[in-house]
Design a protein around this ligand. Structure first.
Ligand code: NAP
Length: 306
């Protein structure tokens, strides 16, 4: 049966956390979760943008239980502070939607010394998930959803230059970060199973949707070619969030699976299971990436020896 949000029942007892909830797909994901009466925490790095987005959502859903908390994934301190605030306030976490991301920015090193895309898209979410793990595993039927991308398909993890110090190629670094998210979802799910937790981890990608993600594209592209191609190769956020929502909300989802649009080239169309690359399924790479990530964030969880 095809995925239809109308078949998803109201879930007022559940709590969801969405990173990057102030715009694009995160905003739309939050809106749908509120429409199902979930309590939602918006994790945003810019509190002004976050407050405006929150107000817009409250205009739609005045009764919504919606909270805004500061989270900058490009700062490990911010991730730790966020997790502390969350753990203090909430006794459960049903859905962790690791959605926030940045695409092809100019080369930038974060305050922690890591390449921006690697940290904001992947490493920050790796730490966040670890710090919130206890809440997830103690909440029945909880799920973690990671946002990947078609850009993962030609990517690899360059352990020799993980932070692009020797050579920064924007697309390569973006692809690597999105591959890392997909590998993380699969490895997280394996480790959850080995440790006998019921929480599952799933990955999704939206295809192509014209959001703020394209802010670092050349102006000429965004003003001319982009709008021309858009009707053929992209779909609006309301449709692009469906793979994420399917992964998060549909019954009988298998942990470790990957969802995306099933139409033309995987750019748009109805959500369904999609293929991940060979690199995404390489368990030795996954194990190595996990270990390196633990070292980079200074936090260990879900030991693979169990
Ligand atoms: N749109 C697409 O075609 C597409 C395709 C494949 C995958 N994706 C994935 O979908 C996810 C959502 O992207 P989108 O299209 O909705 O893009 P978007 O409109 O640019 O939204 C990205 C969100 O992430 C937030 N963010 C960026 N850096 C952050 C940081 N350091 N800490 C916390 N939040 C941060 C942004 O906050 P600010 O507003 O403050 O910048 C924004 O809320 C991303 O993971 C992206 O890789 C999108």
């Amino acid at each position: 049966m095809s995925f239809n949000l109308k078949n998803i029942k109201s879930q007022p007892q559940r709590v969801a956390l969405v990173t990057g909830a102030n715009g694009g797909l995160g905003f739309e994901t939050t809106r749908v979760l509120l429409s199902k009466h979930m309590r939602v925490v918006m994790a945003c790095r810019d509190l002004d943008k976050g407050a405006k987005a929150k107000q817009k959502l409250l205009d739609h859903y005045p009764e919504a239980r919606l909270e805004l908390l500061p989270l900058d994934l490009a700062s490990l301190d911010s991730v730790r502070n966020f997790a502390e605030a969350y753990l203090e306030k909430y006794s459960r976490l049903d859905l962790l939607i690791n959605n926030a991301g940045v695409m092809v920015p100019p080369y930038k090193v974060t305050e922690d010394g890591y390449e921006l895309q690697f940290q904001a898209n992947y490493l920050g979410h790796f730490l966040l998930t670890g710090l919130l793990l206890e809440r997830l595993t103690s909440t029945e039927k909880s799920r973690v959803v990671l946002l990947s991308s078609k850009a993962h398909e030609r990517a690899s993890i360059n352990f020799e230059d993980l932070q692009s110090e020797k050579n920064y190629a924007r697309w390569k670094a973006y692809g690597q970060s999105k591959l890392a998210c997909l590998i993380f979802a699969k490895e997280l799910n394996r480790r959850l199973r080995r440790n006998d937790f019921q929480t599952i981890a799933v990955a999704a990608h939206p295809g192509i949707s014209n959001t703020g993600l394209f802010r670092y594209f050349p102006k000429w592209f965004n003003q001319t070619l982009g709008p021309l191609l858009s009707p053929f190769i992209s779909h609006p956020p309301e449709k692009a969030v469906k793979p994420t929502l399917k992964a998060a909300l549909e019954k009988n989802i298998t942990g470790g699976s990957y969802y995306g649009p099933t139409g033309f080239m995987g750019f748009k169309g109805a959500p369904g299971k999609v293929q991940s690359s060979e690199n995404a399924n390489d368990e030795s790479v996954a194990k190595r990436l996990w270990k390196v990530s633990e070292e980079l964030v200074g936090f260990k969880y879900l030991d693979s020896s169990n």
